[in-house]
Design a protein around this ligand. Structure first.
Ligand code: UD1
Length: 379
């Protein structure tokens, strides 16, 4: 059977590979997946818990690259993944990479250099901000990938503008939403609110981990102050990413944040716990990419603390607002949300729980029948 290699490395990758692997298994595809975990994320709370909760088979190969500077981490994945591919006999007919983390770009580069075709799931997203490491990863991955599988309309427009041949671009929709749709009932059944002493709609869920928010003391201090002000009206639930914990401690802000009235500062949560909290929250404060999409699907207001978004459909159609570093504007928006005046949002094309089916349709079309490119798949 022709083998394909599915690569994942960091937390936001796992919910994207899960539905693709499930779709391959459910239809007994002739494409046989091999799972490679790069080890970019290694803490159980950022990795193992997702494999367990999303029923992802254990990785066939672990590259164990760990944390390092960007150059070093990328280089380690390149070297280790190339070595794995060179030792594969027979070689995979293609590799699948998802999202925009360092592992995504490095794995794509290693494969194309060996002449192995690459499919990039979530292709074409652009923040047009090269200060974001993920933007570099997106641009490089799309430049070398053979198949560009797009999740939202802007992805298609960006790739066409960059001169990518239309037959390489397929609008498949959003695989991460497949995972939300599939896992929502399990998430709802968890007694997470009771456990944390929260009431539906009476708290705000916060996730902040981007270097631009957490790596600078002034910015992080301003955010801590803002969260304390939000906590006058609502409980604040903040599962803190390891990068953020490290910075909070370094800047002497951790205790101030955690000891504030109404603050629930906790370790990173599992997928079901996060989804359960996200569905019942008054709104979300985030700098994550994926959470902007999940909240749009769930119809939950989302305030994105970044200067831009590579996921513009969440703003134009969905429930997201990009507030940048304007905390006064953020406070106004919190007022609108609490007063019930915030926008409601609409469904997005292809965010329907069936995106992974369309991904596998494309992979089978192209990789099981070499040279056999059928027409673009439209949801
Ligand atoms: C990475 C992704 C980012 C994604 C985020 C989700 C890149 C460039 N960034 O950022 O796009 O939104 O994952 O979580 O790929 N650490 C641990 N345990 C771990 C992994 C990391 O403690 O299992 C700590 C280490 O101190 C490490 C730091 O977190 O240096 C940053 O990890 P890294 O993988 O470089 O980037 P993230 O900030 O997690």
């Amino acid at each position: 059977m022709p083998r394909i290699t599915v690569v994942a490395g960091a937390r936001p990758n796992f919910m994207k590979i899960a539905p693709i692997l499930h779709a391959l298994a459910a239809r007994r595809s002739r494409l046989e997946p091999e799972i490679v975990h790069t080890g970019q994320h290694y803490d159980p709370s950022l990795s193992d818990v997702f494999f367990e909760q999303l029923a992802i088979p254990a990785p066939d190969v672990h590259l164990d690259v760990g944390s390092a500077t960007h150059g070093m981490q990328t280089a380690r994945v390149l070297e280790a993944f190339e070595d794995h591919l060179l030792r594969s006999d027979p070689r995979p007919v293609g590799i699948v990479v998802v999202g925009d983390v360092n592992s995504t770009m490095a794995a794509a580069l290693a494969a194309v250099k060996l002449g192995i075709p690459v499919a990039h799931v979530e292709a074409g997203l652009r923040s047009f901000d090269r200060g974001m490491p993920e933007e570099i990863n997106r641009v490089v991955t799309d430049a070398v990938a053979d198949l560009l599988l797009v999740s939202e309309p802007a992805g298609e427009e960006n790739l066409r503008r960059e001169g990518i041949a239309p037959e390489r671009i397929r609008y498949v929709g959003n695989v991460m939403i497949d995972t939300v749709a599939r896992q929502l009932s399990t998430a709802r059944a968890l007694p997470i609110l009771e456990k944390m002493g929260l009431d539906r709609g009476k708290y705000v869920l916060v996730t902040l981990h981007r270097p631009s928010n957490v790596d600078f003391k002034d910015r992080l201090e301003a955010l801590v102050g803002f969260l304390h002000r939000v906590a006058y009206n609502l409980q604040v639930v903040f599962p803190v990413h390891p990068r953020t914990v490290k910075r909070l401690r370094e800047f002497g802000l951790y205790d101030r944040l955690a000891n504030g009235a109404g603050m629930h500062v906790v370790s990173p949560l599992g997928y079901h716990e996060t989804l359960g909290l996200m569905e019942q929250t008054a709104f979300v404060i985030t700098d994550s990419g994926g959470i902007q999409e999940e909240t749009t699907y769930l119809g939950v207001p989302c305030l994105t603390f970044r200067p831009n978004t590579e996921r513009p459909v969440t703003v134009s159609e969905g429930t997201n607002t990009v507030v940048g570093d304007d905390l006064a504007r953020a406070e106004e928006l919190v007022g609108e949300i609490l007063a019930g005046r915030y926008k409601k949002g609409k469904a997005v094309r292809g965010w329907d729980g069936c995106a992974a089916e369309r991904v596998v349709d494309v992979l089978e079309d192209v990789w099981m029948e070499p040279g056999g490119q059928k027409g673009a798949v439209q949801p």
